[in-house]
Design a protein around this ligand. Sequence first.
Ligand SMILES: C[C@H](O)[C@H](C)C(=O)SCCNC(=O)CCNC(=O)[C@H](O)C(C)(C)COP(=O)([O-])OP(=O)([O-])OC[C@H]1O[C@@H](n2cnc3c(N)ncnc32)[C@H](O)[C@@H]1OP(=O)([O-])[O-]
Length: 719
Amino acid sequence: MAEYNLVSECVGLITLRNPPVNALSAAVRQGIVDTVQRALSDPNVKSVVICGQNGIFCGGADIKEFGSNMTGPPLIPMIHAIESANKPVVAAIEGSALGGGLELALGCHYRIAHSKARLGLPEVTLGLLPAAGGSQRLPRLIGVPAALNLITTGRHVTAAEALQLGIVDQVTDHNTVDAAVKFALSVAGRSLGPRRISAHPCPQQPDLDALFEEVMQKVRQSARGAIAPIACVQAVRAAATLPYAQGMERERELMATLFTSGQARALQYCFFAERAVGRWRMPSGARWDTSKPRPLHKAAVIGLGIMGRGITVALAQTGLSVIAVETQEKQLMEAKQAISGMLERGAKRRGVAPALDRVIYSQNIQAVADVDLVIEAVFEDIALKTKVFQQLSAVCKPGTLLCTNTSALDVDQLASETPNPELVVGMHFFAPAHVMKLLEVVYGPRSSPQAVATAMQLGKKMGKASVAVGNCRGFVGNRMLKPYIEEAFFLLEEGATPELVDQALEEFGFAMGVFRMSDLSGLDVGWRIRKGDGLVEPSTASGRSTRIRQGRRYSPLGDLLCEEGRFGQKTGRGWYQYDKPGSRVARSDPWLHSFLGAYRAQHGLVARRIDHQEVLERCLYALINEGFHILDDGIAAGPEDIDVIYVSGYGWPRHRGGPMFYANMVGLAKVLERLEHYQQLHPEVPHLQPSSLLRRLVASGSPPIHKWGEAIKKLHSQL
Ligand SMILES: C[C@H](O)[C@H](C)C(=O)SCCNC(=O)CCNC(=O)[C@H](O)C(C)(C)COP(=O)([O-])OP(=O)([O-])OC[C@H]1O[C@@H](n2cnc3c(N)ncnc32)[C@H](O)[C@@H]1OP(=O)([O-])[O-]
């Protein structure tokens, strides 16, 4: 809907009305066509202002309409009508002007933005490109390099940067609509030819071919198989090399290749999934809109190792004052330096003053007596964490929320060490904690809805993708990672190499394959956990280590490498070799290949040819199958929770939607059939046994992902 008013006697004011972001739905588009027509045909009107209600200009095309037949007036002629108008049209930009919203503003003759506004063409993040003239008008307005950067990254720019780039004509700290109306009055009657961007020639670039070649190479590399960024470069190239009308035709052709693509559906699914996980529910029925978070003024972090330092920075950047506790003096001093450095760098990036005084350091746990929330981040040892929780229960004021950053230990066991288990939740951060987007908020059977609500709200304030999950071994992310890693080990036993497995996964879209990732995080981390589980056995006299443990197939390959001191990057040797300890460039290691050969010979294993398809099926379907178990256990509220966890914390390629969405795309029957196939070949591998939920979904005709709810009685999915 678009509302029309005559203001200041001769300015037609058009207000977009479609809460919450004034998306350009069919009704809004019709409203704009009608109101622009009305303004242009009203002789009293000398100029026009377009604005959005509720302090937001326009969030772009209505993404919810993409899945259905589009009705209503198309965007391109609507914007052309504005650009070719014979009266000046001024866009009053508050809040956001994104995608079709910015394209609408680029069709206007002038743009006035509030200093807090954000502008951008983020279509590439939805698997699309700016298809309402944005890929043709923006390069003409701000030049090819700047337009290429905005369109291929989809990043939002501040009003200040938009002014500097030439996207907007004026920035105001005051009422934007008033400023726009005043501006519109001042330009009434001026010639509009020079203000029609589509008529501008595209600023020529010296050596245009070289520029596009360089950008295309960079984009192909970072895209990791995503097709939209490539199409974005091709669309801007059309703007730089073709007349406007032909460029628009090229934009339309390229958009047609993207609009119905699986990648676009995956990326738009991620967009809505990231918003759905904020509307969390617990098996008890407690939910986001019935549980009031507790106000937080002061927080504390116990243990200032790598994780504790990152968590302290993330907390301080929300505006909270933080007590950072580390009992070891040397560790405390080093932490203080590291944290100050991270705060300064973060502040510089955000153009704000570093909040160094917001963090108070102490060696004494007594210092946290009056905080509202504590996050414990000490070494991953149950005995040590138990002691800390007992100390906190004695020191903290009544009602203080006690959170643990454990990545695998039992949150409810820690809760039972305190007089108020309802105040205990897990807040599982990912390294580096002030950078990584994902936060698993882990509730135990006794965690109160208020504790979960408070942790989820704090996660949102920290800019995290916060997902509420139930307490179980490895929670969601690490629990699914286990079968994925085990399958990778088994593939090595059967003839694969780390290079082959990693290449298959990286071509699929992962930033890093499982073995390069293992070298980065350190092989000793998993070794310590396997030791804790009683899985690691000393090599037998014959040097042959058993490959069945606790009744199932087990590959000791990782243990054997650790026994050799090969912990990965940190020791310069792991599944790959590195120039020196700490360097990051992985190179094939002949030692590792001969070690694998010897290992197979020792165990009477005959290497066979393994292709990328098998690597993907075994590693990804094992992980997905565990996802179905997690849904059936009610540990994750819905497939979107699992997918947001994997996309924002485990490097699952966003243009593949996430493990559960991918399974839906591949076809549940296919996933089931392949799991059954591999389970027959490897009966001693329980995680290949298809989950009963997967069987139920296939038996009920493989319903689309948003309908999985019915099959999972416990599910409280929202899609
Ligand atoms: C032709 C043209 O070239 C092409 C093809 C296009 O134009 S493609 C479209 C391009 N536009 C975008 O990529 C911008 C997408 N939106 C955003 O980035 C953000 O929303 C925001 C504008 C910066 C506000 O952030 P927020 O944090 O204040 O609120 P929110 O929680 O995010 O959103 C609040 C609610 O609004 C919903 N919503 C937001 N933008 C929407 C959109 N464009 N269409 C439909 N719904 C939208 C969202 O799902 C949520 O719903 P619910 O969960 O409450 O039910």
